[in-house]
Design a protein around this ligand. Structure first.
Ligand SMILES: NC(=O)c1ccc[n+]([C@@H]2O[C@H](COP(=O)([O-])OP(=O)(O)OC[C@H]3O[C@@H](n4cnc5c(N)ncnc54)[C@H](OP(=O)(O)O)[C@@H]3O)[C@@H](O)[C@H]2O)c1
Length: 287
């Protein structure tokens, strides 16, 4: 059984490779791919096969897929270009006769109004039309979307956004990665759809309170119209088009688009998901 991990040079992909190794999946049966194999040198040193793959270069995808049985397609990071990129990967998986394509989609893709979901929806349609056996990991938000902002949040004493009093079922990248590893290494996954998120959803006010509790510093949540939030993000250096998408995602949170009931992530990983308190405290310890 040979499993290809795309995006293995990224943060989620690295966790997936680690999770497979922790579960004693043979290193030599993992193919870790990314646009630069330099970023994968540590995995190569541990016996993992590493190969260059650029979603925009079908020949590189076909070469990385040679002899492989399953692939985890981690959605690309170039918003706006991802449908064609993912199409190349799905077509190569079909040509290789893969037994399973596992795709990292977005939570509630069937019902969400979030702009960010459009490419995931289109990719799921490509998979359905391809005839390739596939499983969907409809991942919710990462806890790290918030914890990576902690230095700035603490400096301002304010958390800003447009999520209102919406609840978000965020989970850590490591938790989503362990779920991916479980799906990749378990039989009978063709056709499975997992809606994944953390066990305990929280509001931005609760997030601010958690940061205050962990630091002893007052932190409040300031809600604002999405256009204003997009301007704040752009002012902080986020490219304008992406700032709009992030602000729009906050409106999605306000509507409940990233609220995931059901505990499916907990079931896949066999333990409770990482809590907000744990994530905040471990991120603070790393600052
Ligand atoms: N659920 C959430 O909250 C959330 C948040 C952010 C992103 N996401 C989605 O989840 C994905 C994984 O998250 P992450 O945190 O691991 O992101 P990340 O650290 O930015 O990693 C993205 C990975 O995708 C690879 N990639 C991008 N474009 C590619 C291309 N054209 N060809 C081949 N590989 C390409 C990158 O390779 P390089 O190393 O070569 O750049 C990298 O390995 C993201 O790409 C995005 O689609 C989800």
């Amino acid at each position: 059984m040979r499993i290809v991990i795309t995006g293995a040079s990224g943060q989620l992909g690295r966790h997936v490779v680690e999770a497979l190794l922790e579960h004693n999946f043979p290193a030599s049966s993992i193919v870790a791919t990314g646009r630069s194999v330099d970023k994968l040198a540590d995995f190569a040193a541990r016996g993992v096969q590493v190969k260059t793959m650029d979603y925009t270069n079908p020949a590189s995808v076909a070469a990385a897929f040679q002899g492989a049985d399953k692939v985890l397609l981690i959605s690309g990071s170039e918003v706006g270009q991802r449908v064609e990129q993912h199409r190349n990967v799905i077509e190569a998986a079909k040509a290789e006769g893969m037994k399973l394509v596992v795709y990292t989609s977005i939570a509630n893709v069937d019902t969400t109004g979030m702009k960010l979901a459009a490419e995931h929806h289109a990719t799921e349609t490509l998979l359905q039309d391809s005839g390739v056996p596939f499983a969907l990991l409809r991942n919710g938000w990462y806890l790290e979307n918030y914890t990576e902002q902690l230095p700035g949040t603490l400096a301002q004493g304010t958390l800003v956004g447009s999520a209102g009093d919406g609840r978000v079922s965020a989970a850590s990248r490591a938790d989503y990665a362990q779920a991916a590893a479980a799906v990749l290494t378990t039989d009978g996954q063709g056709g499975k759809v997992y809606e994944l998120g953390g066990d305990h959803a929280f509001t931005m006010v609760e997030l601010a309170a958690e940061i205050s509790a962990a630091t002893g510093e007052p932190v409040t949540y300031q809600d604002m119209p999405a256009a204003d939030y997009a301007r704040v993000l752009a002012g902080a250096g986020v490219p304008e088009a992406f700032a709009d998408i992030l602000a729009d995602s906050d409106l999605g949170i306000a509507r409940g688009d990233l609220l995931v009931p059901g505990g499916e992530l907990q079931k896949l990983i066999g333990r409770p998901t990482t809590t907000l308190a744990q994530a905040v405290r471990s991120a603070l310890a790393a600052i």
